[in-house]
Design a protein. Structure first.
Length: 86
């Protein structure tokens, strides 16, 4: 996993990727815990990344290691915009 990323659990068949610059802040702990529970209930795992660049690094690494790993990206516009304009 890229530097700065924090996985809530180990490897899973799919990931819920939260990409938001405040995702590691203490006031976001309830959101992280809720998303981790939701992902686990569906057989996945939560991965928190602060920046779109970290998501790009993770995605490239995931594709190298596991092919086209399934994931759901949850992001704010600030981090999603570079991908949309890409």
């Amino acid at each position: 996993r890229p530097r700065g990323g924090r996985a809530m659990e180990g490897h899973a068949p799919w990931r819920l990727v939260l990409c938001n610059e405040k995702c590691h802040k203490p006031d976001q702990s309830e959101l992280r815990e809720a998303l981790a529970r939701i992902a686990r209930a569906a057989g996945g795992r939560l991965l928190c990344l602060k920046k779109a660049t970290k998501y790009a690094e993770w995605l490239a690494s995931e594709q190298d290691q596991h092919g086209n790993g399934q994931h759901l990206l949850l992001s704010d516009w600030r981090e999603a915009e570079p991908w949309v304009q890409g």
